[in-house]
Design a protein around this ligand. Structure first.
Ligand SMILES: C[S@@+](CC[C@H](N)C(=O)[O-])C[C@H]1O[C@@H](n2cnc3c(N)ncnc32)[C@H](O)[C@@H]1O
Length: 420
């Protein structure tokens, strides 16, 4: 493309202000009658004589105004780094349409951070916790060896380091890259344990994390954790789901990376924890009434490095009332309220979501089957009989595990009929 012909130009700018701008970007600003941007960015252009609009709060209203002004004037919007990288670009294009916006990017803050650290970034995962929750960050990091993060005041590098250490991800080196491109730029390389104690990080920063263990390999894609990996309750309080059964159960739940999951009657948390590993960008809720189970769910999640399991102490169905709508519900324990829990699950599941129930007793199986048929739902039912080879003297012989019935249905998109 030659000279810009579009009424709105989105100019990426670094912390060095006008100094780092290309002549094309400078031309766009000088042709503009209206300059839009954050206070910090507008301050780089004290000589600008046209109208200034500061970006603060309600972006929708500002973009409506920009759209109106752009009918007959050149408007230039300033944004940091590459405006289409976790920036304002997506909203500007959604409002005005790509054909009406010219984008002139600067190097992203992340690109500058890798340049300062002297690290290749082709194999890095690029994430943002800027204005987002830290939930699940450690679960996601479990599969990564090199990461860069956009942070903010609340989700700061020391807080991230503390959360990583709490969940057992301590063997990383950090580069904290502050005010990149500016006169007061600072880049510090330090071990994670030291970063957790630092108190003077500028909110404008990029955090790079690299594993220190060069022999590290990502964990298996399918968790398949042995029961011995979990601290367990006394057997008379409930049995832990065996790993072979967990595999089939989690498969039936049709989990996606961003699924919201309810594990009702979570026990020691084995289903919830593996679900959270498979859905690191989602949220898993482990609902458990027994205080010992609640403590075990929390301890097991921490021990296994999973920071996206939220343990909800209480009895279902009442304890489900305030949880976000799920994509998958697993019922492993119902304390006599199976029908009521199935009703709540079917009412709250998102269309296409999955309800999966494991029944050991004939009574439980009858209850869930009747609850589903009474609502015109025919479940997939799998009777699973597993036998594991166990040592007997110098031989191996099979030892049968409890038979389990797995009931699974897809939530209908129409309202579920009242029970008959
Ligand atoms: C909304 S994002 C915008 C990212 C931007 N589009 C880019 O490509 O750099 C804002 C975050 O970018 C990072 N950031 C922006 N400018 C920076 C700078 N000069 N130095 C360090 N980090 C910066 C900070 O983490 C900040 O919280």
């Amino acid at each position: 493309m030659n000279a810009p012909t579009r009424a709105v130009t989105l100019v990426g700018i670094g912390d060095d202000g006008c100094l780092g701008l290309t002549s094309r970007a400078v031309g766009a600003v000088s042709r503009a009658a209206v300059l839009v941007g954050g206070e910090r960015h507008l301050a780089f252009f004290p000589q600008f004589a046209g109208e200034r609009i500061a970006l603060r709060g309600g972006l929708t209203a500002i973009l409506d105004r920009v759209a109106a002004l752009a009918e007959d004037q050149n408007v230039c919007i300033l944004a940091s780094g590459d405006p289409l990288f976790f920036g304002v670009g997506r909203r500007v294009i959604a409002r005005l349409g790509a054909p009406h916006v010219e984008i002139i990017p600067q190097p992203s803050s992340m690109q500058l951070a890798f340049a300062r650290a002297g690290l290749d970034w082709g194999d890095a995962a690029l994430l943002s916790v800027h204005g987002r929750s830290l939930d699940g960050l450690v679960t996601r990091l479990a599969r990564l060896a090199k990461v860069a993060l956009l942070t903010d005041d609340e989700h700061s590098p020391p807080r991230i380091a503390a959360q990583m250490i709490e969940y057992g991800e301590a063997a990383w080196t950090a580069w904290v890259c502050e005010r990149l491109g500016g006169a007061d730029e600072r880049v510090r390389q330090l071990p994670l344990a030291e970063l957790a104690l630092v108190s003077d990080v500028d909110p404008l920063n990029v955090l790079i994390l690299v594993r220190t263990d060069t022999a590290w390999r990502a964990p298996p894609t399918i968790p398949f954790l042995h029961e011995d990996a979990f601290a367990r309750r006394t057997p008379k309080k409930g049995l832990i789901t065996k790993r072979e059964i967990r595999l089939l159960t989690l498969g039936a739940m049709a989990l996606r990376r961003d699924s919201v999951v309810w594990d009702v009657g979570a026990g020691s948390g084995s289903i919830a924890i593996e679900a959270a590993m498979l859905a690191p960008e989602g949220r898993t809720y482990a609902i458990e009434v027994d205080p010992e189970g609640v403590a075990l769910c929390r301890a097991n999640a921490r021990e296994l490095g999973v920071d996206n399991v939220h343990v909800i102490p209480g009895l279902a169905p009442d304890a489900l009332a305030d949880l976000p709508a799920p994509d998958a519900v697993f019922i492993g324990g119902s304390k006599g309220s199976m029908t009521a829990i199935v009703d709540v699950a079917l009412a709250r599941l998102r269309p296409g979501g999955r309800l999966v129930v494991n029944a050991i007793t004939l009574e439980n199986a009858a209850e869930v089957y009747q609850a589903l048929r009474g609502r015109d739902l025919v479940p997939d039912v799998t009777l699973v009989q597993i036998a594991r080879a166990e040592p007997l003297a110098r031989y191996l012989r099979y030892e049968a595990l409890n038979p389990i019935q797995i009931f699974a249905v897809t939530a209908p998109s129409r309202p579920v009929p009242e029970a008959r």
